[in-house]
Design a protein around this ligand. Structure first.
Ligand SMILES: Cc1ncc(COP(=O)(O)O)c(C=O)c1O
Length: 510
């Protein structure tokens, strides 16, 4: 027990009531945290794309001989020791989105301003839920959501809400489609549950993010509700096959409810033919959801916005600023054409949120979301947007698109690479074709891509993931890193060629 009654190390970091007592310590603590972050940035993140150990090895290193999570510490340790443990055990085991050669999943590095906004948001600790718990949080979110609505363009009467990410936004969009649109189709205005969800059909391509199918499951729709339509040779959903499927389903007595399109798919960045799909949805009386979690950011750029057309025609749109708006985790968003659709789906009236001044009609964000207390997510995006402006954010997106085009051009002309598909945005999928591959037994070329990816990971020059397209394994470069330049693209291609020889030797000896 300290003299002040706080039985902890660094009591001035806990009892922060008095500036004379705590402010200097808090400043030192803040500086120490920032120093740890920058040491990590320059000694880890700028050095390699990812720690090299396999999962079992890194697990063993983190957990020690037991290989299992340790129990919670009973006694505390001084902050100095906690930071030392961070430095020794946490910092060296990261995936490094900041590494300029990291061509990752949709996990771009966050802007420094976004990290700053996140830190301030945590200090301000606005619970963006009922208005009183986070008054300014509610206003900043309203403003930022307004900016996103302008970008996507659903027009007057539209609305939106920040979410934990794209999966949550997709789930909420499907909940709105169920409670508002299916109730409308059923004609009774009652949010459908149980048997009323049977025989419903929602159309999406084979490139749709898995969260759509999972969301339907969570929402109580029976298996088979999602009718998966084959994408075209550019991995896009065309309206023709959807129209055929709708006709077939209507003839079978089923209930078409919605089309779920993707503008910027996870695998290849492909963009469904949203304008055509919007026309079909309108003529068939279906809800149109567009998952623009990644691709929505292209709307920042007057030059590249036309690559994701038609978002303004949708009933609901997912955008995910912790993807291509370069935001610190987490921040996603769901935008809807009609504000009341969100409120009618999610509004409940807990007695403890009654307002003493209902005549003020405060904006209570909990009425528009599945989530309850939400972090002050809007601040980091608000600050980043103010810092760079729409034009600055756009230039980062454009430079990624240009780099992806540069990579694709190099691969297209190379005899030893195969480009899977022309990139629509900034994802490039490709395979390396080593000499003699044509004579290989089935499956060997796929295994070789996996081995090459692992060799690249160990080498540390760059990082790409692998994915499966039409049953075959491809390397996938997500060019979503604003710190990358043509040098890193050249380095990636050169490294794959260089590493190929060693990988082939391993393959031969298997
Ligand atoms: C197209 C698409 N939609 C939704 C998601 C899910 O987003 P989140 O991981 O932020 O929940 C992803 C994630 O990569 C995605 O690529």
């Amino acid at each position: 027990m300290t003299p002040d009654g706080f039985p902890v190390p660094d009591p001035e970091l806990l009892d922060i009531r008095d500036a004379d007592r705590s402010r200097a310590s808090l400043e030192r603590f803040g500086a120490a945290i920032w120093t740890e972050a920058l040491d990590w940035l320059y000694h880890e993140a700028m050095v390699r794309p990812i720690q090299r150990e396999s999962y079992p090895d890194s697990r063993g290193r983190f957990f020690g001989p037991s290989n299992e999570p340790a129990p919670a510490p009973d006694a505390g340790s001084p902050s100095r020791e906690v930071l030392a443990e961070f430095r020794e055990r946490v910092a060296p085991m990261t995936f490094n989105a900041q590494f300029p050669g990291a061509f990752s999943y949709f996990t771009p590095p966050p802007l420094a301003m976004s990290i700053g906004g996140e830190v301030l948001a945590q200090w301000l600790h606005q619970g963006v839920d009922v208005w009183h718990a986070g008054p300014v949080g509610a206003f900043v979110e309203e403003e930022v959501v307004g900016w996103l609505r302008t970008l996507v363009g659903p027009g007057p009467g539209s609305w939106g809400v920040l979410t934990s990410g794209g999966a949550m936004a997709n789930l909420m969009a499907l909940a709105v489609a169920r409670d508002i649109h299916l109730a409308r189709i059923r004609g009774d205005g009652i949010p459908p549950r149980g048997a009323a969800l049977e025989g419903v059909r929602i159309y999406a391509s084979d490139q749709t993010h898995f969260s759509v199918e999972r969301g339907l499951d969570v929402l109580g729709f029976p298996g088979g509700t999602l009718r998966v339509i084959a994408s075209d040779d550019r991995f896009r959903l065309q309206s023709g096959p959807v129209a055929d499927a709708i006709a077939e389903d209507r003839a079978a007595g089923l209930t078409p409810l919605a089309i779920s399109a993707v503008a910027g798919s996870t695998n290849t960045g492909s963009v469904d033919l949203v304008v055509d799909l919007a026309g079909l949805a309108r003529s068939e009386g279906l809800w149109l959801h567009v998952d623009a979690a990644y691709g929505g950011a292209a709307r920042l750029s007057p030059r590249d916005a036309a690559r994701v057309p038609g978002l303004e025609l949708a009933d609901s749109v997912t955008v995910d600023p912790h993807k291509w708006f370069f935001q610190a985790y987490d921040i996603g968003a769901l935008l809807v054409r009609r504000r009341e659709d969100l409120r009618d789906t999610f509004h409940r009236s807990p007695e403890y949120y009654a307002s003493s001044r209902p005549q003020d009609e405060p904006l209570n964000w909990y009425e528009y979301s599945i989530e309850g207390t939400r972090r002050f997510r809007a601040l980091k995006l608000w600050m980043s947007w103010k810092h760079l402006g729409t034009s600055g954010l756009a230039s980062l997106v454009e430079s990624n698109d240009d780099l992806a085009a540069y990579l694709a051009a190099g691969l297209r002309d190379a005899p030893d690479f195969e480009l899977a598909v022309e990139p629509e945005l900034s994802v490039v999928c490709f395979r390396h074709l080593p000499e003699g591959w044509e004579g290989w037994p089935p499956g060997r070329l796929d295994a070789y891509q996996n081995d090459l990816q692992r060799a690249l990971e160990l080498d540390g020059t760059a990082w790409v993931s692998v994915t499966t397209l039409r049953g075959h394994t491809y390397l996938r470069a997500g060019v979503v890193n604003y710190l990358s330049s043509a040098g890193e693209i050249d380095g990636l291609v050169a490294a794959l060629r260089r590493l190929s020889e060693g990988v082939l030797e391993q393959v031969d000896h298997r």
